[in-house]
Design a protein around this ligand. Structure first.
Ligand code: 5AD
Ligand code: SF4
Length: 442
């Protein structure tokens, strides 16, 4: 039996982290990862269902896997993650070449299922969701780089009306602080400079009544851990205590991703976002008072069912007031099974497109506004990778999460070094590494 596997990942960072867990699980039984999809014994795809576009991409990949299987009929094809739930009937009926379908809480069964399928069992499907599974005691096989993703909680109980996650990933549950700290310590020993704590609702973390703030403070005290990030928090669960801990520990990055979604209270209410625009603005004020120069990013959805032009304008108004550093912007996409998909008055595609373009233009203006303030400043940058443009340049991030490009010199990936920001090209900062004396003189 061919024990090589190829795995590809679509969607969010949680999926990246899950794929690392799956690689960890497979490696315990002698399987080895290959980057050569055409000759892999097993092809796995970790899927995303958050928007229709994400599903379309996976569906077209499945067509490609089918062709591979026609050439190598013993190849096992596994569809994992959030699309498993929605795909299961469809797969049984129309995708006989798919061998295994596993939802996000069933990865532990993968080894047994591969064996069963090799023994000619019929198509295998397990999309049961668990109240408890947090994949403790599995060592992920990480893909290198400077950052280690550590998932600290799974699932979501917020039930925003547009979102499929509570259905695909099930109820909220958290890992113990001890197991998270242990995993973070191991990542530091393995050479990772940065860890990112992950959860669908990272700040509603709750294990035996121990909350996110406690976890964050414990992780911050891990020796030699240079940087800590976390994503994504929900505005409702953001507390002053969390901000205070961020201020107290230098290694917690001065950056928060705070999803707004929309700026009008009727829309927020129909989205079941549990805060009003005024609450969001108050929270941003509180964050900026506690954490000067904090980097703030957001998620925005345009064209939610029933959103009229006036309501949409309020999203632009809130953007003007907050001036986020960056934003992930989406056209609303109806997801089967969610409440909003049954709402009347869906916004037309061309209107969604026009709103999206206006949001993107507004954001670009604000990104430039913030970036200009960086020119001339010295920033501590974590050297992360070679720049896409040139093998002579590094790319790294400031602790406020801005990418900076600079000429390579005598520094290594994983170092944190002072860089003087000299100019902006497009929306990216460019700078030059400076030495410590120059930094002190400045
Ligand atoms: N349509 C468009 N965007 C969505 N998101 C979640 N569900 C949908 C949907 N149905 C966006 C939200 C969320 C981000 C991860 O994806 O902005 O914060
Ligand atoms: Fe989806 Fe809302 Fe939960 Fe985020 S908080 S995963 S948008 S339901």
């Amino acid at each position: 039996m061919d024990k090589s596997f190829f795995i590809e990942t679509y969607g969010c960072q949680m999926n990246v982290s899950d794929s690392e867990l799956i690689s960890g699980l497979l490696s315990t039984d002698g399987y080895r990862e290959t980057k050569d999809i055409n000759n892999a014994g097993i092809i796995l795809v970790n899927t995303c269902a958050i928007r229709e576009h994400a599903e379309d991409k996976v569906n077209s990949r499945l067509g490609f896997y089918k062709q591979i299987k026609e050439k190598n009929p013993t190849t096992i094809i596994g569809v994992l993650g959030c699309m498993a739930q929605n795909l299961k009937e469809n797969i049984l009926e129309s995708k006989p070449y798919v061998d295994i379908v596993l939802g996000p809480d069933s990865y532990r069964n993968l080894l047994d299922m591969i064996k069963a399928r090799n023994n000619k069992a019929s198509q295998i499907i397990d999309t049961n969701l668990s109240r408890y599974e947090v994949y403790e005691n599995i060592s992920p096989v990480r893909d290198g780089g400077v950052n280690a993703w550590i998932s600290i909680m799974r699932g979501c109980d917020k039930f925003c009306t547009f979102c499929v996650v509570p259905f695909t990933r099930g109820r909220e549950r958290s890992r113990s602080i001890e197991s998270i700290v242990e995993e973070a310590e191991k990542a530091v020993k393995d050479g990772f400079s940065e860890i990112t704590l992950l959860g669908q609702n990272v700040n509603s973390y709750n294990h035996d009544q121990r909350r996110f703030v406690e976890l964050l403070a414990e992780v911050a005290q891990i020796p030699y851990l240079k940087r800590i990030r976390y994503t994504s928090p929900h505005p409702q669960d953001m507390t002053q205590e969390v901000l205070d801990v961020m201020l107290k520990y230098d290694n917690i990055c001065n950056y928060i991703h705070l999803p707004l979604q929309a700026g009008n209270n009727n829309v927020l209410n129909r989205m079941n976002r549990t805060y009003k625009k005024e609450d969001f603005l108050t929270l941003v004020g509180q964050i900026r008072r506690t954490l000067p120069n904090v980097g703030l990013s957001t998620d925005i959805i345009v064209g939610f069912p029933g959103e009229n032009e006036k309501e949409f304008q309020e999203t632009l108004d809130v953007m003007e007031l907050v001036k986020f550093d960056s934003a992930y912007t989406f056209k609303y996409s109806a997801r089967p099974g969610t409440k909003a998909s049954e709402f009347d008055d869906h916004v037309k595609e061309d209107e969604k497109q026009s709103r999206l373009e206006r949001v993107i233009a507004t954001q670009r203006k604000h990104t430039m506004f913030h970036n200009k303030n960086y020119v001339g400043k010295i920033e501590m940058v974590l050297v992360e990778k070679e720049s896409k443009r040139s093998t002579q340049e590094w790319a790294g991030r400031t602790d406020s999460n801005k990418w900076v490009i600079f000429d390579k010199s005598n520094v290594n990936i994983g170092d944190i070094i002072p860089v003087r920001i000299d100019e902006i090209k497009g929306i990216t900062l460019h700078g030059e590494i400076i030495n410590i004396q120059e930094m002190e003189a400045a």
